[in-house]
Design a protein around this ligand. Structure first.
Ligand code: NAI
Ligand code: ABU
Ligand code: NA
Length: 501
């Protein structure tokens, strides 16, 4: 089928409401994950550009047209952005798919979520107006006290390539709703749609400096943002290794961070399930959506021994039905991973698993029919012991590990046997058992008889090495608010602590 072509806009950095060439004039090529060809390039920001963007953001905070806006006024901008996203949905979805390899089906889904997220935070921005000043009654005649919620200031938002525009929106929307001035640094592996967000902000007349978009390499553009003295907070989604670097750099300035890092989430399947196909499909979706490049992917299947062979047999039949093709093709359900680096990384994990004695039940290689592109077959690995790397480390690719269990205690122990703590899923018709697992799972996200559904009203984030802080919901807005207490002495009486002269 003919692939719909779309022009990749050539952009500069988006700073202070306009397009600006990077000071050093460098650019980074865009490599198509589906064809391995260079299809464009993005500007490469460096420290000098970060300084210019931070000053623009600080100026915005000091100007009435942004720094003194009400939540209702900011909500208008957020709703206008949402409308433009929907207007350009088809083109943005294609650009997203071209850039990161995500199927067009999933990219379109993401664009709906992006628009809905801006709308959601527009509502919360309006609600903030009545919550800005909360009286606290001490039942004391001589004091009047209240709490103020105010924007935290200039915020640095550093985001990954697996959901390029959606992960950026999870941070940009609440940051703008709170009245912060933001500098977004998307991943250099997928920046196209984030740059289009800059064009959309320019078109809706978002005041200059409220949102600035700096594309570029992590160490060159991200690191200077983290260590900039006039950036008040960093919100990050990405790898654990980079999260540690960011937290270490921010610590030098006692700068607050929120870290949404990786995961190695379990899906526990009991033999009392009613509908085998329903559970098999959730298991597939939980690990192979977005080609497995999902921080919350339930990439460890912990299967009750009594149904293991029947379940795996059915799983293999479903896997054969997954259409692997150019991600822009209709009905494609598995595209390439984002880059040659990620491709090599995933294949290395698989070969290490084999070396350590595991069995590749299916997949494990490039699909025969895809001669070009960073494609990895949906892969299932069995005969795993818990000391293997494949059991412990996040692969961030279409690779599902399987272990079996007999008792609930064994299942809980296997599920929590990870340094991560992002998400867990349990499939069982016994809701009391689900309740027990909800308490026992050491994660921030629990799925009961499903895996991955993500709703922006709910707090998203984890524990342990999956980081801390929460995106989405009211919690997402709190990330960008400073809480200030105000205590007023209202009496004319002396305080009478000291003896009057
Ligand atoms: N939890 C999640 O949602 C994600 C997890 N990952 C994991 O991370 C692995 C590596 O993927 P990467 O794209 O390299 O993730 P990464 O964590 O290195 O990159 C994420 C963002 O951080 C920036 N960055 C990198 N080094 C930085 C530094 N020193 N200071 C400031 N910013 C910096 C990058 O430019 C990008 O915008 C993946 O294989 C996957 O395992 C990657 C993306 C998302
Ligand atoms: N369903 C959203 C997952 C977000 C993430 O992988 O970071
Ligand atoms: Na890309």
């Amino acid at each position: 089928m003919a692939i719909p072509n779309v022009r990749i806009p050539s952009r500069q950095l988006y700073i202070d409401g306009e397009w600006r060439e990077p000071v050093k004039k460098n650019r980074i090529p865009i490599i198509s994950p589906a064809t391995e060809e260079t299809i464009g390039d993005i500007p490469a920001a460096t420290e000098e550009d970060v300084d210019i963007a931070v000053e623009a953001a600080r100026r915005a905070l000091g100007r009435d047209d942004w720094g003194s806006t009400t939540g209702a006024q900011r909500a208008k901008y957020l709703r206008a952005i949402a409308a433009k996203i929907l207007e350009r949905k088809s083109e943005l979805a294609k650009l997203e798919s071209l850039d990161c390899g995500k199927t067009l089906f999933e990219a379109a889904w993401d664009m709906d979520d992006v628009a809905a997220c801006f709308e959601y935070y527009a509502d919360l921005a309006e609600a903030l107006d009545s919550k800005r000043k909360t009286p606290v009654d001490l039942h004391l005649d001589s004091f009047k006290t209240y709490v103020l919620r105010e924007p935290i200031g200039v915020v640095g938002l550093i985001t990954p390539w697996n959901y390029p525009l959606l992960m950026a929106t999870w941070k940009v929307a609440p940051a703008l709703a709170a009245g912060c001035a933001a500098i977004l640094k998307p991943s250099e592996l997928a920046s196209i749609t984030c740059l289009e967000l800059g064009e959309i902000c320019r078109e809706v007349g978002l005041p200059p400096g409220a949102l600035n978009i700096l594309t570029g390499l992590g160490p060159e553009a991200g690191a200077p943002l983290v260590s900039h003295p006039h950036v008040d907070k960093i919100a990050f989604t990405g790898s654990g290794a980079t999260g540690v670097k960011i937290m270490t750099a921010a610590a030098q300035l006692v700068k607050p961070v929120t870290l949404e890092l990786g995961g190695k989430s379990p899906i526990v399947v009991f033999d009392d399930i009613d509908n085998l196909d329903l559970v098999v499909e959730w298991t597939l979706f939980g690990c192979f959506a977005n080609a497995g490049q999902v921080c919350s992917a339930t990439s460890r299947l912990i299967l009750q021994e009594s149904i293991a062979s029947e379940f795996l047999e059915r799983l293999l039949l479903w896997i054969k039905n997954i259409k692997i093709s150019d991600p822009l093709e209709e009905d494609c359900k598995l595209g390439p991973v984002v880059s040659s680096g990620q491709y090599e990384k995933v294949l290395k994990f698989i070969s290490k698993a084999k070396d350590e004695g595991a069995t590749i039940l299916c997949g494990g290689e490039r699909p025969q029919h895809m001669k070009k592109g960073y494609y990895v077959q949906p892969t299932i690995i069995t005969d795993i012991n818990t000391s293997m790397e494949i059991w412990k480390e996040e692969v961030f690719g279409p690779v599902l590990c399987v272990k079996t269990f007999k008792t609930e205690e064994e299942a809980i122990e296997l599920a929590n046997d990870t340094k991560y703590g992002l998400a867990s899923a349990i499939m069982s018709k016994d809701l009391e058992r689900c309740e027990r697992f909800t308490k026992a799972f050491q994660t921030g996200i629990i799925w009961l008889n499903c895996s991955q559904p993500t709703f922006m009203q709910l707090p998203w984030g984890g524990r342990k090495r999956s980081g801390f802080g929460r995106d989405l919901g009211e919690w997402g807005l709190e990330n960008y608010l400073n809480i200030k207490q105000v205590t007023q002495y209202t009496s004319d009486e002396a305080w009478a602590f000291y003896k009057s002269p």
